[in-house]
Design a binder for this molecule. Structure first.
Ligand code: 9WN
Length: 434
C-alpha cells in the first residue's frame, strides 16, 4: 500500500503501485483513464499511458497505441474517445448514440464506435519513444512500419483540414479538443455559444466526482451545443464554427510529434526531411502567431474575432519542450514568475495563480495536472533548467504517492482532487522513475 502520510514512497514501491494502477485499468485492448469516471479509451490519455507502459511491457504499450490508431477515421482524424463495447453506453455521457459517428462520410471503421472530435497529438511522440525503449521488440512486430502511415495521415488531417486560421497551425473546434476543457482561456469564446438547457441532459460525471471539482452545468450546456452542431454538419471542418481557436499546447505537441515522425521515418529508411521541414514551419507559425512578447507567454488565438486571448494558462508553457524555440528564456522567466511560481506550486498550475478566474480545486481552472507537468518537465530539461526539472520530477512522484494517483491536485496545498488511481498519473510517474 502507498503511504498517503506525506512521506515520499520508496521508488520500488511507487513503481509497483503505479504498474498496478495501469494493470487494473486495462480492459483487454486498451487502458481506461479511470474505471468510474472515464470507462472508455481517450486519445491523449492513451498516448501518455503508452509512454508509461513502455517501461512495463513493450508489447502492451504497442497494443495500447494501435488500438487507438485502429479507430482512425477515413479522413485521418483520431477520435477523442473510442467506446468500449463491453461498457454499458449509459456509463459515460455523452456516449456513442450522441456522437453518431458512423453516420459521417468521413467516419470510423465499421464496427468501431467513437466520438467525432479530437485531442492533442501526442501519439507519434509516444510511438517513437515506445520503439526506442525496446527496438528489438518493435522490429520483431513491425511496429513502426504499421503505425507510421496512420500517424502521417493523422498529421495530414491536422495540417490540411484543421488549418482554419490560414497560418499553418491546427485549430480546435471544441474546448474538449484542447484536453483542458473548462480552462478560463475558453470563457470568452464560449460566451457566444447558446447553451442547451440544464434539464435537457443527464450528466454522469457527477456520479463519480464532486461537483466543485468539475465543470459547471452551464459549461456542459455549451459543450453539448457545440458538439451537436458539429455532428449535425457531418463533422465537416469547412462548415461554419461558433467556436474555433488555435491552442499553443496542441500545436507545441504537434511539433514534438512531427520531430518524432522524422525519427520514425529515419529508422524505417524513409526520407525524414519533410517532417523536419514541417516541424520548423510549425515552430515559426507558433511563435509568430501565438507568442505575446508583452506577457512573455504563448496565448491561444480566437479564430472568430482573430484576436489572441489574454489569459495565461499552462498550455502557454508547453512550447518549452519545442526544440530550437527562440523565446525559451522569456518563457522560462514566466514559468518561474508570479503567475505559475514553478517550484513553489504543487505541479504546474493549469491557470495563472494571479488570474481573475483562478480556482485551485476546479479541474482546468487552477489545479496541477500530471500529464501537463510531465511535458513541462521535458521542456525544462530541453532548456537546460536541470534544477527546476529535478524539483518538478520529485514533486510529480511525491504528489502521485501522497494522493493515491489523483487526477489533479490543488496547486496551493497539494491536496488530491478528481478521480484516484488515474492512469496518466501512474504512467507519467513510471516514466519518471525509469
Ligand atoms: C471530456 C479523460 C479526459 C481527458 C481530458 C479531461 C477529461 C472529458 C470529461 O477527461 O475530459 O473529454 O468528460 O471531462 O479534461 O483532458 O482526456 O481523462
Amino acid at each position: 500500500a502507498l503511504s498517503r502520510s506525506g512521506a515520499p514512497a520508496d521508488p520500488a514501491e511507487l513503481r509497483r503501485a503505479a504498474t498496478a494502477v495501469l494493470l487494473r485499468n486495462w480492459t483487454g485492448r486498451s487502458t481506461v483513464p479511470s474505471r468510474g469516471l472515464y470507462p472508455h479509451q481517450w486519445s491523449w490519455d492513451s498516448a501518455f499511458i503508452t509512454l508509461g507502459l513502455r517501461h512495463v511491457s513493450a508489447r502492451r504499450a504497442q497494443q495500447e497505441l494501435e488500438s487507438l490508431l485502429g479507430a482512425q477515421w477515413a479522413d485521418g482524424r483520431l477520435p477523442h474517445i473510442v467506446f468500449d463495447p463491453a461498457t454499458p453506453s449509459g456509463a459515460y455521457f455523452p456516449g456513442p448514440e450522441f456522437w453518431d459517428a458512423g453516420a459521417s462520410a468521413a467516419g470510423p471503421p465499421a464496427g468501431v464506435r467513437t466520438s467525432g472530435i479530437i485531442q492533442p497529438p501526442v501519439h507519434a511522440l509516444a510511438a517513437w519513444e515506445t520503439h526506442r525503449a525496446n527496438p528489438a521488440e518493435s522490429a520483431r512486430r513491425g511496429f513502426l512500419s504499421r503505425v507510421y502511415p496512420r500517424l502521417v495521415a493523422w498529421h495530414r488531417y491536422l495540417g490540411e483540414r484543421r488549418d482554419l486560421g490560414g497560418r499553418g497551425l491546427a485549430a480546435i473546434v471544441h474546448p474538449w479538443e484542447s484536453g483542458m476543457d473548462n480552462s478560463p482561456v475558453w470563457d470568452g469564446p464560449l460566451d457566444r455559444v447558446t447553451p442547451w438547457s440544464p434539464g435537457s441532459f443527464q450528466r454522469r460525471d457527477l456520479d463519480h466526482a464532486a461537483s466543485g471539482d468539475r465543470p459547471t452545468d452551464l459549461d456542459y450546456g455549451r459543450y453539448l451545443r457545440l458538439a451537436a452542431d458539429y455532428r449535425d454538419h457531418g463533422y465537416d471542418d469547412t462548415a461554419p464554427h461558433t467556436f474555433a481557436a488555435e491552442d499553443p499546447a496542441l500545436n507545441a505537441l504537434l511539433i514534438l510529434s512531427e520531430h518524432a515522425l522524422a525519427g520514425i521515418a529515419g529508422a524505417l529508411g524513409l526520407p525524414a526531411e519533410r517532417h523536419e521541414t514541417r516541424a520548423a514551419a510549425l515552430t515559426r507559425a507558433l511563435v509568430d502567431t501565438l507568442y505575446d512578447p508583452d506577457m512573455g507567454h504563448f496565448l491561444a488565438r480566437d479564430l472568430v474575432d482573430g484576436e489572441r486571448i489574454r489569459e495565461c494558462s499552462a498550455a502557454g508553457l508547453v512550447p518549452l519542450a519545442v526544440p530550437r524555440l527562440p523565446v525559451a528564456g522569456e518563457l522560462l522567466r514566466t514559468a518561474r514568475g508570479e503567475r505559475f511560481r514553478l517550484g513553489h506550486s504543487h505541479l504546474v498550475p493549469s491557470y495563472d495563480r494571479t488570474g481573475h478566474a483562478f480556482e485551485p480545486g476546479r479541474y482546468w481552472r487552477g489545479p496541477g495536472w500530471f500529464n501537463v507537468s510531465w511535458v513541462i518537465h521535458r521542456g525544462l530539461l530541453r532548456q537546460g533548467a536541470a534544477a527546476d526539472a529535478a524539483a518538478l520530477r520529485e514533486q510529480i512522484r511525491t504528489s502521485a504517492a501522497e494522493t493515491g494517483f489523483a487526477e489533479y491536485v490543488d496547486p496551493l496545498n497539494g491536496a488530491g482532487r478528481g478521480a484516484r488511481d488515474f492512469s496518466w498519473t501512474a504512467a507519467t510517474v513510471l516514466d519518471l522513475l525509469a
